[in-house]
Write a protein that binds this ligand. Structure first.
Ligand code: IMP
Ligand code: MG
Length: 197
């Protein structure tokens, strides 16, 4: 993309230039591409000779999962689950409800859970317990972002894209009340209810 081209949601009515919700950029499109390529290579090496099943957590992980999968040179398979956590637009309660369950059987599979972001780790800990109970051969987690500061335990992530400061972030799949998912970068959210939980 050339520097002259506007970013998605760019200048114009309701676009990036006029949106106070868009704060400081934390991860640029170039940094995303480079890091995700490296994660894909690492997974390709670690799972050589196997066909891992990527389990994406909707909706936040959809963009990351799509780019990550293209960086993995193995016969991967896909499934998705959707969870909803109770709380306000920018604060998780840790109580998770499965809104859409997986279609595939995990028994004996090498599962890689693909998450957009880990903050307290409560959502992840719930999902891990839930998936482990389905008897996969292995279960690892690949999270694009680890928001530092709130984890009470080591979240035990095998693959992490970026460790970022505790600010609430948006873009590249991440939303506030369903907005901003299509930004091609990750930035701090500067709108209302943006205080750190
Ligand atoms: P946790 O349970 O506190 O680790 O929060 C994990 C979930 O909360 C993620 O899967 C996201 O859906 C959401 N979340 C946490 N932090 C952010 C953020 O900075 N931006 C957007 N969503 C977030
Ligand atoms: Mg999520």
């Amino acid at each position: 993309m050339s520097a002259e081209q506007p970013l998605a949601g760019g200048p114009g009515p309701g676009g990036a230039a006029s949106d106070p919700g868009l704060g400081r950029v934390i991860v640029t499109p170039e940094q995303l591409a480079e890091r995700i390529t490296a994660l894909g290579r690492q997974i390709t090496t670690d799972y050589a000779g196997r066909a891992p099943l990527l389990v994406g957590v909707l909706k936040g992980a959809f963009m990351f999962m799509s780019d990550l999968a293209r960086a993995i040179d193995l016969p991967v398979e896909f499934d998705f689950m959707a969870v909803s956590s109770y709380g306000t637009a920018t604060k998780t309660s840790g109580v998770v409800r499965i809104v859409k369950d997986l279609d595939l059987d995990l028994t004996g599979r090498d599962v890689i859970l693909v998450e957009d972001i880990v903050h307290s780790g409560l959502t992840l800990s719930y999902l891990r317990k839930n998936l482990r109970a389905r008897d996969p051969a292995s279960l690892e987690v690949c999270a694009l972002l680890l928001r530092e500061g709130l984890q009470k335990h080591d979240p035990g992530l095998r693959y992490v894209g970026f460790r970022i400061p505790p600010d609430f972030v948006i873009g590249y799949g991440l939303d506030v009340a369903e907005r901003y998912r299509n930004l091609p970068f990750v930035c701090v959210y500067g709108g209302p209810d943006s205080s750190v939980p």
